[in-house]
Structure formats: structure tokens, C-alpha cells
Design a protein around this ligand. Sequence first.
Ligand SMILES: O=C(O)CCC(=O)C(=O)O
Ligand SMILES: [Fe+2]
Length: 373
Amino acid sequence: MNYDFNCSGDDETNPGAIPDLLRPEVLDAFDRETFERDGYWVWEGVVTDAGCKQWKANLKKLQHMNDGILMDTDWAAIDFKRRGLAPPPPEQTTHQYLASCCGGSEQMPPFLRSEVRKYMYRHGLQGPGPALVARGFDSIGVMPEYFPAGYNNFVLDVITTHPQMMELFRKVLGDRYLLDHCLMLNRGPGTKGRRWHGHPYLDGRHEVQDALSDGSAVTPEFLQRQCVRTLCYPDGAVTGDGGEFAVIPGAHLYRVPYKWDTVRPDEDEDMRSGWMKGKTHPITGEPLEIVHLSLPPGSMVSFVHHMPHYVGRRKPGSETRWGLLMAFRTPDPEAVPAKWANGVPSHWADRLESEGRLSAAARRVFEADNPIA
Ligand SMILES: O=C(O)CCC(=O)C(=O)O
Ligand SMILES: [Fe+2]
């Protein structure tokens, strides 16, 4: 199978779809009650061998494209000021510095991480004038790490169209879900992972509850407004190599996204002696416990994204841990009407739409909560 880089978003011209991407028996084994109780579900080995091969090959290709744009772009030539952005500090655009940012995710130079990244989603860092340089493929003005589906039909297919993937997302989110964001999370040898943290649903306004008398914010209800992250690891993420994933079952019912907007220094011991201390699982009544997952190749894990979670350090000398993050959420009925969901580069979706290349399936997940016609 061959995936081209210029997405059509059109099922018929998309050569990417492999019908047997997932093992139906693993998909069928999903248990809603357990998922709602513990806040996560492991789809162990759900991706078929052929699917894993495709998945990894496409992540590798996308990483290569990301590295290429990073190295080939003449950052000093881009007019950041005209766009209302701060120009990059010269020390972040040297060849040597940029080379140190290649090979994996979450290692972008700091100047690309906040305002410039937002600008890429809203407008795209594109011409006229100097802009992102992509050799051998078309740039959409966004780094491939930040929106891989804009550069790769396989990823576009798995997040918008593939019937088995849509079934998986429907199981965890219900009938209507929209894309919150989709990122690559490739973690190279020696990378540091992420310490304990959670993420808010939109700006967190619906989930940070008033503190109860004991200072907690707990509810046994699985709320309707949910963002669920699904991580796919085509080569797995096992304990021995580092870069493995950990959760705290039941902690999603404490509805405060842990350290979502602060520094995140917490290791397991800090959690046990701090936030977890004295807390119990709101449904089972058992003390909260940390679970480190060891996931064989082709596994995915879906979890309520405000539950505290952790990613271990990848051991030096190990292979890169390939990963794709697909975060979807139920719509917020109170959201301000908009055209596209916040995690979709709006200029890109507008262009696909105006060229008649946006499939009905893609529109369904890219549209905003309360879409403007
Ligand atoms: O790298 C990973 O496996 C997961 C990173 C993470 O914290 C997340 O996706 O929310
Ligand atoms: Fe996270």
C-alpha cells in the first residue's frame, strides 16, 4: 500500500484504508462499565500485524517530514513581526540546535511551541513570502507533529473514516464526538517522558468542581462532557524499555486535571505522599493505586484525559517508541458556535472544503461543537 502526502480526504482516492486494521475480538471485548469505573481501557494488541507495519511506517515517514521542515526552513527569513509573533531567538535556529530537536516528539525549539504553534493552527505559516520549507511534499503551514493527518492519508483515515476506528471511538465516546487534537508522540532513546499530569476538557470550566469539605472534588458520575485520549503504540510501550504509560484507576472521578497548567515534577512517590494520600476509588472504596502499563505491540489505550497519567523515561540505547495520540471529545452544548473544532487547522479545513476534497466522514469529526453552517 502506498500513502501519498497530499491528503485528499476522499475515501475513493485514499489508497490508505486497510480493512483489517484492528482485531474484531479485541474491539468486541470492550466493557463500558469497567471503562467508566476505572477511567481507562487497554486495547491489548488490537492492531493487526499488517496494521502495525503501516502505522509505524507512516509515523516514521511523518517524523522524517517534521525533521525535514525543521532543518530546511530558513527561520530567520520568515517575517514573524508582520504576523504579530516574536521572531525566534537566533540561538534556537542554528543548524546544531535544530538538529538536536529532530528524531522525536515534544522536542521542538521553544519558539515553535506556543504562539507560533497557535498561529499555525489558525492561519498556517505559509506564503506569500518566506514560510515553512517542505522538500518533496506540500507544506500545510503546520508542523507534521502537530497535525499529522494534514500530511498523511493513513492518519487521516484512522481519525476520520476507518470503520473499525470509528467503532472504537464510538465505544468510548458515544455517537457524536469531535477531534480535540491529534499529535505524534514519538519518544526517542534517553527522552524524559512526562511526569504526573492531567488535561482539562476545553478550558476546564466544566470539570473543576467546588471543593468538598475534605478539599477534594469527587463525583461518582461519569460526566457527559468528556475528552478521551487514545494512544496507539505500533511497537508497544513495555516497562523494560521505559517510555511506558501509567494511570491511577478511579482518579478520573476526582475532576481536577492535575497540574495541567503548571510545571509537572511529580514522580510516583510524590503522588503517593501528596495528591493520592488518603484518597479512595470513589466507586470501589479501595485506596487509589498507581498502575504502570506494559503494552505489547499494536496496543492502544483510551483514557479520560483529565485523569492523572504519566510517561516514563525512555532508556538510553532503546529504540524509538512510536506513538500517535488521538484525542476526541463529546461536544459542549454551550460552546460558542464556530466552524471547525479547535484541534483542526482551520485554514486547511477551509481549503479542503472549498476544493471539494473534504469527505462527509472528515467533516463529521472536524466540525465544531455547534457548527456554523
Ligand atoms: O507519550 C505518551 O505516551 C503519552 C503522553 C501524554 O501525556 C498524553 O498523551 O496525554
Ligand atoms: Fe498527558
